[in-house]
Design a protein around this ligand. Sequence first.
Ligand SMILES: Cc1cc2nc3c(=O)[nH]c(=O)nc-3n(C[C@H](O)[C@H](O)[C@H](O)COP(=O)(O)O)c2cc1C
Length: 174
Amino acid sequence: MKPVPFSLLKNCVNAARLSPTARNTQPLDFVIVNGGEQVQRMNEAVCFGGVVKQKGRKEGEEPKAFIAILANKEKSDEKYIGMDVGIAAEAIVLTAWEKGVGSCIQGAIERERIKGVLGIPNEFNVSLVVALGFPAEKPVVEKATKNLDYWIDKKGELHVPKRSLKEVLHKDRF
Ligand SMILES: Cc1cc2nc3c(=O)[nH]c(=O)nc-3n(C[C@H](O)[C@H](O)[C@H](O)COP(=O)(O)O)c2cc1C
């Protein structure tokens, strides 16, 4: 897998920096990890595909870069911090995808371990991590029935069930 250009990762963080935050408090900082041993350490501190049996990544197909989203504890409003972080994460995902770089938001992460790996000061929480790389797979989006678990078929293709537009969209009244 090709490495991710640092300039693209910087653009991702720039998009996150410019994203809206509640009351414009801008409580977020970001750490880019791109290549080398730090990437390996990050790969060991995240958990891919918690729902599927075949956890982890195939060798050589691990993410090549990470962006950690940090929330300043003092500036974080409990009511809105999750939303601020989510909006920033999506800005990163969309900016990367525009240039053909795939990503996966990571919430099931070893936060204390990541704090150590990245040397994060105590006044920050590690909220989310976005793993990035040029895609090694083409996930199939399919209409969900009852079960929303994503799954991997015999060919190794990832299937992601999504609730239909008809089911989730309500017009004028629920
Ligand atoms: C807040 C959040 C946390 C997530 N945490 C993880 C995670 O720890 N590990 C993982 O493999 N995927 C994680 N995901 C990715 C979701 O599993 C994925 O977005 C979902 O299965 C839908 O797939 P799609 O992104 O291809 O549409 C997370 C996504 C979000 C939004």
